[in-house]
Design a protein around this ligand. Structure first.
Ligand SMILES: [Mg+2]
Length: 95
C-alpha cells in the first residue's frame, strides 16, 4: 500500500468510524461469499471475484489500522498460521 493510499484509508476510517467500517466489512465478506458460491455454479467471473477481493482487502486494511495499528499482532498470527499450513498440508505432517 502506498503512503497516499494509507492516508486515504485512514481518513475514511476517521470520517466513517469503526462501527460503519465493521458493517462494511461484513457486507463485503458477504459479497465475496456470494460471488464464490456463484463461481461454484458457473455463474460468476474471475473479474467479479477479483473486484470483491479488492473491496474486502480495502476494508480489512482499515480494520487493521484500527485494531492493530502497528500490524504486529496480525503479522505474527499470519506467520504462525502459514507455518501451520506448511506443516499440516504442504508437508503432510497431519497424518
Ligand atoms: Mg463489494
Amino acid at each position: 500500500m502506498t503512503a497516499k493510499e494509507r492516508d486515504i484509508l485512514q481518513s475514511n476510517l476517521s470520517k466513517q468510524g469503526i462501527e460503519t467500517e465493521i458493517s462494511v466489512a461484513i457486507e463485503e465478506a458477504a459479497e465475496l461469499t456470494k460471488e464464490l458460491t456463484k463461481k461454484l455454479r458457473g455463474m460468476s467471473s474471475d473479474k467479479k471475484i477479483c473486484e470483491e477481493i479488492a473491496d474486502l482487502q480495502i476494508v480489512l486494511d482499515q480494520l487493521t489500522m484500527y485494531f492493530d495499528p502497528d500490524d504486529e499482532k496480525i503479522r505474527l498470527f499470519r506467520q504462525f498460521k502459514i507455518k501451520r499450513l506448511d506443516m499440516f498440508y504442504v508437508k503432510g505432517d497431519h497424518q
